[in-house]
Design a binder for this molecule. Structure first.
Ligand SMILES: Cc1ncc(COP(=O)(O)O)c(C=O)c1O
Length: 481
């Protein structure tokens, strides 16, 4: 039987962004006389959860505003303190690991093909010994192509029937993957929160650590990032002890995102959840070489799923995650894993300290600059982000003001959840020269008090307030960095 083919006439005056869908557009005339095209539609039903992600996309939207600004001001010299992407080249010893990994593939003894799916044994062992002081079993390490990808795979393992909790504000990927999995209802227009997600407010008022006793509902899976993106603040040992105690008491599982852990300089602050007693029975840790070895494009991370972790029915989370990895992933690139081994050599570890110091010096300068201007700022000392309290101003308004007046791209806190409204994230992953220049420019324009840009042009709607509502929540999209 022939499958019915759905046809859609799209007026040319309507969005042209769908045009790429049409294999052979056939011009027709609509009732209003406008030429239209016929699009071929498949009979496949859309996963309705994607329709809930109406929050939009933070970084593409930032890029759109940046392009619009550049179009209007072609000679503008934009500095990006927005995206959390590294800028400094990969240091020589680590690079030699990548080169070695590539060259050996050209020799019969050095050649290797698929797998192992969980990563090469040497790297798993080196991660367990060098980064975790053998607190974890190398068999519990799953080497991967990055922390973001692993967060998605963990969501596949947990499925749709779990209640997810997130820090508010947080890295938007936790919420968006929960939505895509079908764990949530729709977004609440008032609160800008998804029904079904437990939001844990983290702000200066509670020292960026949630009041766990006040959570409205018992969460199954708690995503907790330290040092946090966007606040740049790392949790203290007593805070993480409280988190582990809570998870154990409630039968919850913590997914601890330690992507920025090596930026921690205060020795009293834990770099891994497994430094906390009892975590092996209630925590998973996702981790990454992206941010401090220049591997954002190279792609290498890992997830630790201890064998002690059990689901309610007693079955093993480790076994299920292993199943997800071996079903949907064929192992991290063998070339890149050689790069990972080089990072964990004595020379590689020294090289990453230099990179970390470089970015932290940028962060210190950014923070000192905004503080000298009278703003309260957080983070930047144990993490690569500076989180600026805008004293009640809208984060998109200030984003626009800074873009227009200083030609600097920042990230509005509202993009990280409703709890981020009123704050701005400054990323330290720029070059020192750009940070120096950005600080000079900021001092000139980021005056405390009413937004000068708004005051200067009364009656003009801020670009940020136009169509801004989409940014209330969960806005990661493909670039949730
Ligand atoms: C908190 C957090 N986790 C994970 C990632 C992604 O890491 P990866 O590059 O390993 O996918 C990011 C990237 O910005 C992040 O901010």
């Amino acid at each position: 039987m022939m499958r019915p083919v759905a046809l859609l006439a799209v007026a040319l005056c309507a969005t042209s962004s769908l045009a790429f869908l049409t294999p052979a557009p056939r011009p027709v005339r609509s009732r209003c006389g406008v030429r239209a095209r016929i699009l071929h539609m498949s009979g496949v039903e859309r996963n309705p959860n994607f329709g809930k992600l109406m929050g939009g996309y933070l970084f593409p939207e930032i890029a759109r505003r940046r392009s619009a600004f550049l179009e209007a001001n072609p000679e503008a010299k934009i500095i990006s303190l927005g995206i959390g992407d590294t800028t400094q080249p990969i240091p020589p010893h680590i690079l030699s690991g990548l080169v070695h990994g590539a060259s050996k593939l050209g020799t019969p003894p050095g050649y290797s093909g698929y797998g192992p799916d969980q990563g090469v044994k040497d790297l798993r062992e080196k991660i367990a010994s060098t980064l975790y002081g053998n607190r974890i079993d190398p068999d519990d390490v799953f080497v991967s192509d990055g922390a973001k990808c692993d967060i998605g795979r963990l969501q596949v393992m947990f499925g749709k029937n779990v209640v997810t909790a997130v820090q508010d504000p947080s890295y938007p990927v936790y919420v968006d993957t929960a939505v895509i999995m079908g764990q949530t209802g729709l977004i609440n227009e008032q609160s800008r929160q998804f029904d079904g997600i437990v939001y844990m407010p983290c702000n200066p008022g509670n020292d960026f650590f949630p009041d766990l006793a006040a959570l409205p509902q018992r969460p199954d899976v708690i995503y907790f990032c330290s040092p946090n993106n966007p606040t740049g603040v790392a949790a203290t040992r007593p805070q993480l002890e409280a988190l582990v105690a809570y998870a154990r008491e409630q039968g919850s599982v913590i997914v601890f995102d330690a992507a920025y852990a090596p930026f921690i300089r205060d020795p009293s602050l834990p770099k891994s959840i497994f430094e906390i007693e009892g975590a092996l029975e209630c925590a998973i840790e996702v981790n990454s070489f992206s941010k401090y070895a220049g591997f954002t494009g190279v792609r290498l991370g890992w997830t630790v799923v201890p064998k002690q972790l059990k689901f309610r029915d007693g079955s093993s989370m480790h076994a299920d995650f292993n199943r997800v990895m071996s079903t949907t992933f064929n192992g991290a690139s063998n070339i890149v894993q050689d790069g990972g081994l080089a990072i964990l050599d004595k020379e590689g570890l020294a090289e990453i300290q230099i990179l970390i110091s470089y970015y932290l010096a940028n962060a210190a300068k950014l923070r000192a600059t905004v503080e000298a201007m009278g703003y309260k700022a957080y983070g930047g000392d144990n993490g690569p982000y500076v989180y600026v309290d805008l004293g009640g101003k809208s984060s998109w308004d200030v984003f626009s003001e800074i873009l227009e007046k200083a030609q600097i791209v920042t990230t509005p806190g509202a993009g990280f959840g409703p709890g981020g409204e009123g704050f701005l994230r400054l990323s330290a992953f720029a070059s020192k020269e750009n940070v120096d220049e950005a600080c000079e420019r900021l001092q000139k324009v980021m005056v405390k008090g009413p937004v000068p840009w708004m005051a200067e042009r009364p009656g003009r709607a801020s670009p940020s307030s136009r169509g801004n509502r989409v940014f209330g929540q969960s806005v990661a999209g493909p670039n949730g960095i």
